[in-house]
Design a protein around this ligand. Structure first.
Ligand code: NOJ
Length: 757
């Protein structure tokens, strides 16, 4: 018996050493797995036993496709690094053909043949580009967002991708920060629902399905709180703010099963997030039981040297891996230093094995060990990329994301009697701009411009066009032609805003005004006396107080994606009644920032008759457009709020009801919002917190009852001792069309209780 075991072991060792030279033989991991039996854990263990330290570090490294990597001062091509077993994942490679050829290197030319994981930033679509995430969040339509992510996953996985670096779940309250465009706005509660919807959408029901992508909740954590709204800047938030505002969407994404999490560039409490074991080990992995793997952001490990918590990149690698960062994105730090760190006992082999096991588990879950090429299918690529049905969804999603900010004298929808429209502005005839930032594999030529969309929809109307001016720059040369055109029209539709590059990463702005001479151009247009519809194309709240008082109608269309032109025409024509509501506050002026709807009362709340209260001398404290705000072509009237009781017991629920009536001539969808205020707490509490919403379609002239149920858990927060629970006492509940308007009622919570976070 003992002899047989020895012979078998010898044969196996021989197989291992001769495998690489074996040409068409199956990859070695298969042989190792066969020996381990059917259990995934046992297979991973067996594979780990066979892996050299170098191979393990390879699995912990994510390289960028097309880039050269520096290894000991020498530049090496990423393909050679794959060949040498020094890459576990690759980003930026897609299409069936490309991913297959790169996968072939990993599977056929490395000793063990472990397949690569292909990742990419698929944030709001892959080829079918949907509205930017901030825009989509304004639809408050979780099913639509889930569907859009599903479509993105279907297209991207058909092009060989396995993993998206999305959803971005950072709460952002400073519109100067360009990455506000990538998230779901300022409210943690809503962002949690959206994070879950997007994770469900990307991953689908089964990670091993052909159309599923591993999701990645990023950037962990508090990246959105960059001081001054300057990207990559220092973050200094309290532990209470971290827990109450910034962590909940990550917690939600993890609870929904997000397979990976990306660390942020910034620090928390003086420790860079990429080396922060409190965040990664204690909270994410231990407290939340996150079983996926953690990847650093791009070169974030090396950047700990700049942060000043590591003297060298070697120290930075030690900090990151010991804090729980399983995979190094493109910094080469792990590849350069981990081996030495293990040899010096500064990093344990157990730490390495745990990280590699998490990464291999993700590859198992994707079914890559069964068939490494399964996602690289020309057939699926042809079937799914840019499907017509996807364009229909993109158009629907874009129209739902738009927010009608102003509509004096019901200028919109454009009346049938309008004979001549003057279409103008730098964004009226710009296809690529509509895609917005992080548009993955999106192409400008796939987009429908506003001019094209309007041209198709307003066939019987004379649609005149002149650009007028550029997005940036000082030139006024185009004004005269555009003004002459405007004078001949019944209405002006001016399409203005930002370029796609003005939001997203490294795109902070210190001014939130319309860039260039756009406002000057608008001033000239105003002088024509013609009614003006301003269509805004942008990735963040802009300071448009002047525009709001000098135009007749304003539609916030954001970066609406490839069907943007059609969707804008749908809304302007009235084919779609706008229903989007802002998920982020629009300040009147830069000086009010940061400004979110859930501020606190302070010890000196604003009193117009008392100078020594909280206010500005030169500006109201209120926003231009508040969180939750958005108009419709119809009007909704809310009844007073009724409660099922004026007491809520710990084991019971409270029903909150209103009736909403559509008073106008158009059928319309209304987003009915429920806010709470905890009047007295062990710590100060926000004036309002969103705790529910319903999106209801109400036909013209009809009314609909809308009900919400609240339990004690909905009233929970981080109490003075940082435990999570609800405290006995009085609460106000408001139901209304946005955060600054709504009927209120009071109830008392009877008893206090602690809840799981
Ligand atoms: C840096 C960005 O911060 C992150 O969001 C992105 O996923 C990576 N680069 C990869 O492109």
């Amino acid at each position: 018996m003992k002899r047989t075991a020895i012979i078998l072991a010898l044969v196996f060792t021989l197989m291992l050493s001769s495998h690489a030279a074996a040409g068409n033989a199956p990859p070695l991991y298969k042989t190792i797995f066969q020996r381990a039996g059917n259990n995934t854990g046992a297979k991973i263990e067996a594979l780990l036993k066979e892996m050299t330290l170098e191979e393990k570090i390879g699995q912990m490294s994510l390289l960028a496709c097309g880039c050269e990597v520096a290894v000991s001062g020498k530049k090496v091509s990423y393909k050679d690094e794959i060949r040498a077993g020094k890459a576990g994942a690759l980003f930026g490679a897609y299409t069936a053909e490309k991913t297959r050829s790169l996968q072939r290197i990993a599977v056929e030319e490395t000793r063990l043949g472990i397949p690569l994981l292909f990742g990419f930033d698929v944030l709001h679509g892959h080829r079918t580009i949907f509205p930017i995430p901030l825009a989509e969040s304004c639809s408050w339509d979780l099913e639509q967002m889930e569907r859009d992510a599903r479509i993105a996953a279907t297209e991207a996985s058909a092009e060989g991708l396995h993993w998206t670096f999305a959803p971005m779940v950072d709460i952002a309250r400073d519109p100067r920060w360009g990455r506000i465009a990538e998230g779901a706005g300022e409210d943690p509660w809503l962002a949690c629902q959206i994070a879950r919807a997007r994770v469900r959408g990307f991953q689908g029901r089964d990670l091993s399905a052909d159309d599923s992508l591993l999701a990645c909740a990023k950037h962990y954590a508090a990246y959105g709180a960059a001081e001054g709204g300057r990207d990559y800047n220092t973050v200094d938030v309290s532990l209470r703010a971290l827990r109450s505002i910034y962590l909940p969407p990550f917690r939600a994404a993890v609870a929904e099963g997000a397979a990976t999490v990306m660390t942020a560039f910034n620090e928390f409490d003086g420790v860079p997030c990429t080396g922060n074991s409190f965040l990664i080990k204690e909270i994410l992995k231990e407290k939340w039981h996150f079983t996926g793997f953690v990847v650093s952001d791009y070169a974030a490990i090396n950047e700990m040297v700049n942060h000043g918590t590591a003297a060298t990149e070697r120290d930075a690698s030690e900090e990151a891996v010991n804090a729980g960062v399983d995979m190094d994105m493109q910094s080469s730090a792990y590849r350069a230093f981990l081996e030495g760190l293990v040899k010096e006992n500064r990093v344990s082999m157990e730490t390495i094995d745990r990280a590699v096991a998490r990464i291999l588990t993700a590859k198992f879950r994707k079914g890559l060990f069964d068939d490494p090429y399964r996602f690289s299918s020309e057939k699926r690529q042809k079937e799914h990329v840019l499907r017509d049905s996807f364009a229909i969804e993109a158009r629907r999603a874009a129209a739902k994301s738009m927010v009608l900010l102003k509509n004096d004298k019901a200028l919109l929808p454009l009346a049938k009697g309008v004979k001549t429209i003057a279409l103008t502005g730098p964004l009226a005839d710009d296809r690529p701009a509509l895609l917005g930032g992080w548009s993955a594999a999106g192409r400008g030529e796939d987009a429908v411009s506003i001019r094209e969309g309007m041209g198709k929809r307003f066939k019987g109307t004379a649609l005149l066009y002149a650009k007028g001016c550029s997005i940036e720059g000082e030139s006024r040369e185009g004004f005269a032609e555009a003004l002459a055109m405007a004078r001949r029209a019944d209405v002006i539709v001016a399409c203005m805003g930002e370029s796609a590059a003005m939001s997203g990463e490294a795109a902070s702005r210190a001014s939130l005004d319309l860039p260039g001479v756009q406002r000057d151009f608008l001033m000239e247009l105003k002088k024509t006396g013609k009614p003006i519809v301003l269509v805004l194309i942008n990735g963040r709240p802009l300071t448009v107080a002047w525009e709001a008082s000098h135009t007749d109608a304003m539609l916030e269309a954001w970066f609406p994606g490839i069907q943007g032109g059609n969707a804008i025409a749908d809304v302007l024509s009235g084919d779609v009644n706008p229903s989007g509501k802002l998920t982020v506050t629009f300040p009147r002026s830069l000086g009010q920032i940061p400004l979110a709807y859930d501020g606190k009362n302070t010890g000196r709340p604003f009193d117009p008759f008392n100078r020594y209260t909280s206010k500005y001398l030169d500006m109201p404290t209120t926003p231009l457009f508040p969180f939750g705000y958005g108009l419709s072509y119809t009007e909704f009237r809310y009844s007073p709020v009724t409660l099922s009781s004026d007491e809520l017991h710990l084991d019971d629920v409270l029903t909150v009801s209103v009736t909403v009536k559509n008073m106008g001539r158009f059928d319309g969808e209304e987003i009915v919002q429920l806010y709470l205020r905890d009047l007295v707490g062990s710590v100060t509490r926000p004036l309002k917190e969103l705790r529910g919403f319903r999106k209801v379609l109400i036909p013209a002239g009809r009314e609909r009852p809308v009900t919400f149920t609240l339990s004690a858990e909905d009233l929970a927060f981080y109490r003075r001792d940082m435990s999570y629970g609800a405290e006995e006492g009085q609460f106000e509940v408001f139901v209304g069309p946005h955060s600054q308007e709504g009927e209120g009622a009071c109830f008392t919570l009877k008893g206090s209780a602690t809840f799981p976070e």
